[in-house]
Design a protein. Structure first.
Lengths: 607, 374
């Protein structure tokens, strides 16, 4: 155990808080500044945006995994406070993780950009904080910008969030102005943790990560009792028992301590090797002296969006499996199982929390694990009630039931909140309407901000919705959503056939009223993309065996280099090499050669 | 075998992307000197030289006397076979009886005439400076000068040209009766004025289907032509009366060694390939400074040499010589490319007899077959 780590034992000197904000409103910059002014991290070790550790996180300006850090702050009242900052993942896909991180806190710093104002994510995360009974400290950031309008933003906070913003802290995380006021507000306005050291242990797991040497490291917040090395503990949801090998705090690197007491935030190592056994939201208790009730709010996070991931090079299948397994070590919400496709060969059907989660996983696989991928169109989980009354969940067009074998199909819906400047209300409504949306309401938060509510099928969001929203509103609109359960809809399986053979990678589950249009769009697009081959290629769209659209790629008539003499043998050889290389990058299905680009068409919706 | 490049043109044709130039007449004399310098200094890699090919550009633009000097230098430097095939490319407008005789005196025994078309409309579209009449005249002059081995170059599939138009032109050329025919579909190359005209919408792009049809019609028409035993299709774009295949070009397709002299000329010896600087000004300058005019070289691996032997061999209707490749590289291509060959046979693109060769279908999809081996 390291010398010189002074633990604040006095519970009234502990404050546990999160920072919530929309992307780019300055969450990470503020956190960095807080670490810097308190010397928690020396300037030398300070990477730009300390808390976002993955390249991808830095690039996208989002936090994928929660992080925690303990900051010692000497207040104006002369006392030293131990402030535990729990950084939350920053996207709707991770709502559950966010809510568990927030549940570990007593307060939240709500950052709003002084010129951008309130965004959809700000609203969603604030509601989550309020649900968890957190004290909210509004902070208006970027006041150094010429376009800053703190008064307007204050008004928006009150209007949209119902949070009294009479005492917002005005800061510039960039210049450091107002940082101390943020600290003082945390100390004075957020209550110290409650709890009872003498009661049976209750500790909340709000995140976990995998370390190849230590096993699973659980990020925890102690609510009652205390934790020390050697203690026998049990996870209340999973029932898994283990012995505490080490507890510690984040200062900011992991530092072992003799015990974690009531109200403290830190980590726990028990020797468990599988992240799936350490579930976010689960409660750790004493094996011998069990708590009666677990902490509220535990859920088993269920994947909502699915797609097939296939290695571009069929020989890389086992590399893909290894990579998925490795990613899964730190991301138990990712699920995958083998599947085969007639077009794409061997791959995996993967489940994700949402579209961003899908994109992150895909990008990490390509970037960190160096596997080139082809992805099928994302799908959601449909509930099919068959004629005999049994209910089955399907997430893959290949599982779609035969036309007369079922009575009802239901699909998941969401309630979306879209915040935007008023100029784009029309464009947003057009988009939502074209995606089977039902308008919930339009609320003007200020002269420059409107909140539009829609209920939409989740399947409409997973297909190219976010990009469309951004492009139709010049990037100004923001979106957040909640799941709102299943509803009965009219769905069909739209099949695409190439040279008479059904191509599973192009098939989709589609609303009946859109199937014809979609089939026509896909066949036309594929005709443009599929190169002419030595034979004619017929492209068809079909519903329940009936052809609804047909296009033809005419046969190529020649492919020959007419001239090749002594001076251009090398050049002609290189051309042939390029032709071979190009063909290798295409997928061969039966005799038909399909370029990768073709597989992207199913990810787009006709404008 | 020796190639000599003379890159001068009176005016550059609109489709041409060869290493040739107009507007550098001042360079002609020094270029001829540089060429001889290049030849004299060359390493001698041959026991005997069986073929010489003088190409361009328009070689005769430097004057028949200069060409005589260049050939004299070649004969001084190398052992040239008495019956060697010595070809020269000529454009109809560049020919006169005096020059033709001088060339014959120097041993030139094969003339390749760049007709390209017998339609004045097409000739002007291609940017040629002769007309159909001049083309036929030039052929007659060559015959009168005693040349008994004449090739005619033709281009087909020109925008606006119908299949019937092409068949008529082809019939005329056949009636003229050269020993050899090189027939190329027009291809629009990057950086040429013709490409820009297509991009600007001033002329239609090439119709590949139309060209394919012409390609097939060409083969069948020449098959039916019977005088003097008929034209045999012996390479993708080349036809000849028996005994008149171009030996020089057959050597390229058999991966033989060759030396190239002149700007941009390539040489090859035993898997080492090198090439001279393209720009004739640099070529003259480098040689003048006593340097080699070589701009680059590559060394082929055995695999690349085998691949070249196959794809160049497939260009010839007789095919790639399996045994010869095995003798040279100790590789049995039937084993090395077993799966590729099987799938190409399944697709109907190649067949195996004594040699590995293209089928009729393979001739029009040659790149599909060839790319399997690189």
């Amino acid at each position: 155990m390291r010398e010189g780590i002074k633990l604040v034992e006095e519970r009234d000197q502990i404050r546990n808080f999160s920072i919530i904000a929309h992307i780019d409103h300055g969450k990470s910059t503020l956190a960095d500044r807080m670490l810097e002014v308190t010397d928690t991290v020396s300037k030398r070790d300070m990477k730009e945006q300390m808390l976002d550790q993955m390249d991808l996180e830095r690039e996208r300006g989002i936090t994928i995994k929660a992080q925690a850090v303990k900051i010692d702050y000497k207040s104006r009242d002369g006392r030293v406070y131990s402030l535990n900052l729990i950084d939350t993942p920053g996207h709707v896909d991770f709502t559950y993780e966010v809510s568990r991180s927030l549940a570990a806190c007593e307060g939240a710093v709500l950052i709003v950009d002084a010129s951008q104002g309130v965004e959809a994510q700000t609203v969603a995360n604030t509601y989550l904080a309020l649900e968890n009974n957190l004290e909210i400290i509004p902070v208006i950031n970027k006041i150094d910008l010429p376009s800053a309008d703190p008064e307007r933003v204050e008004h928006e906070i009150e209007e949209s969030l119902g949070v009294p913003a009479d005492e917002p802290v005005l800061v510039s995380a960039k210049t450091g102005e107002g940082i101390e006021d943020v600290f003082e507000a945390i100390v004075n306005r957020i209550p110290p943790p409650k709890g009872d050291e003498s009661r049976p242990l209750k500790a909340l797991i709000f995140d976990s990560k995998y370390d190849p040497y230590r096993g699973v490291i659980a990020f925890i917040r102690v609510f009652d009792g205390e934790l020390h090395k050697g203690k026998d503990v049990v996870s209340m949801a999973t029932g898994i028992k283990s012995e505490v090998e080490e507890v510690g705090i984040f200062s900011p690197e992991m530092t072992p301590v003799s015990k974690l007491g009531c109200g403290q935030v830190g980590y726990l190592i028990t020797g468990i090797k599988d992240v799936n056994d350490v579930k976010v939201g689960d409660t750790i208790t004493d094996k011998k002296n069990r708590a009666e009730k677990a902490l509220a709010g535990y859920k088993d996070a269920k994947p909502m969006v699915f797609c097939g991931l296939y290695p571009l090079d069929g020989g890389k299948y086992s590399d893909l499996r290894d990579s998925l397994e490795k990613l899964n070590l730190n991301d138990p919400s990712l699920s995958f199982e083998p599947e085969t496709s007639n077009a794409l060969g061997f791959g995996f059907r993967c489940g994700f929390l949402g579209l961003l989660h899908l994109e992150i996983v895909k990008e990490r696989l390509q970037r960190e694990y160096n596997v080139e991928l082809l992805a099928t169109a994302p799908s959601v989980a449909y509930k099919v009630t068959s004629n005999d009354g049994s209910i089955k969940t399907i997430n893959n067009p290949s599982e779609f039931p035969e036309p007369n074998s079922y009575s009802v199909i239901e699909e998941p819906f969401i309630k979306a909140k879209i915040l935007s400047p008023p100029d784009y209300v029309g464009a947003i409504m057009d988009l939502c309407q074209s995606r089977r949306g039902v308008l919930g309401g339009v609320q003007y938060l200020s002269e420059s901000r409107v909140q539009i509510s829609y209920e939409l099928p989740l399947s409409e969001i997973v297909l190219d919705f976010y990009d469309q929203l951004k492009s139709r509103t010049k990037g100004y609109a923001s979106l957040d959503y909640d799941h709102s359960g299943y509803q009965k809809t009219q769905l069909v399986k739209l099949e695409i056939l190439l040279a008479g053979e059904s191509m599973d990678a192009f098939s989709s589950i589609t609303p009946r009223e859109k199937a014809y249009e979609r089939g026509k769009y896909l066949t036309e697009k594929l005709r443009e993309i599929i190169p002419r081959q030595m034979f004619e290629v017929v492209i068809q769209a079909a519903i329940g065996g009936r052809i609804i659209a047909r296009e033809t790629v005419k046969a190529k008539r020649k492919d020959v280099t007419s001239k090749c003499y002594g001076g251009d043998i090398s050049r002609k050889r290189k051309l042939l090499e390029r032709q071979k290389e190009g063909k290798k990058r295409m997928k061969q299905v039966g005799k038909v050669t399909i370029p990768q680009e073709a597989f992207l068409t199913v990810l787009k919706v006709e404008d | 075998m020796i190639y000599i490049h003379i890159p001068f043109c009176e005016s550059k044709c609109l489709y041409c992307d060869f290493n040739s130039y107009d507007g550098i007449d001042y360079l002609k004399a020094s270029y001829a000197d540089a060429l001889q310098d290049d030849i004299v200094k060359s390493e001698n890699i041959f026991n005997i030289v069986e073929t010489i090919y003088i190409g361009g550009g328009t070689p005769l633009l430097i004057g028949a006397e200069k060409i005589q000097l260049v050939l004299k230098t070649v004969k001084k430097t190398f052992d040239v076979a008495k019956e060697a095939e010595i070809s020269i490319e000529a454009n109809p407008e560049s020919i006169n009886p005096g020059d033709l005789l001088k060339l014959r005196e120097s041993g030139v025994n094969r003339i390749s005439l760049g007709f390209q078309s017998l339609s004045d409309r097409n000739l002007s579209l291609l940017g040629r400076i002769h007309d159909a009449n001049k083309a036929v005249q030039s052929y007659l002059l060559a015959r009168e000068a005693g040349y008994e081995n004449i090739n005619i170059d033709m281009i087909y599939g020109i925008p606006g040209q119908s299949l019937k138009d092409w068949e008529e032109e082809l019939e005329q050329v056949i009636d003229i009766g050269p020993e050899h025919l090189s027939l190329y579909p027009l291809s629009i190359e990057e950086g040429t004025p013709l490409k820009k005209m297509v991009d600007d919408g001033r002329i239609n792009d090439i119709d590949e289907d139309n060209q394919a049809e012409m390609m097939e019609a060409t083969a069948s028409k020449l098959l039916k032509y019977r005088p003097r035993g008929g034209y045999r299709h012996y390479e993708i774009s080349n036809y000849a009366i028996d005994g008149y295949d171009c030996s020089h070009n057959l050597n390229y397709w058999s991966c033989s060694d060759y030396l190239g002299f002149g700007a941009g000329a390539h040489s090859h010896r035993q898997g080492r390939r090198w090439w001279n600087v393209d720009d004739p000004v640099d070529y003259v300058e480098w040689l003048g400074l006593g340097s080699k005019p070589v701009a680059g070289e590559e060394r082929l691996t055995i695999e690349s040499r085998v691949a070249e032997s196959i794809f160049l061999g497939l260009r010839m209707m007789r095919g790639a010589d399996i045994d010869r490749i095995e003798e040279r590289f100790e590789v049995n291509i039937l084993k090395m490319y077993e799966s590729e060959i099987k799938s190409l046979i399944d697709d109907g693109l190649i067949e195996i007899g004594n040699n590995l060769k293209l089928t009729k279908k393979g001739e029009i999809f040659a790149n599909q077959a060839m790319s399997a081996f690189v």
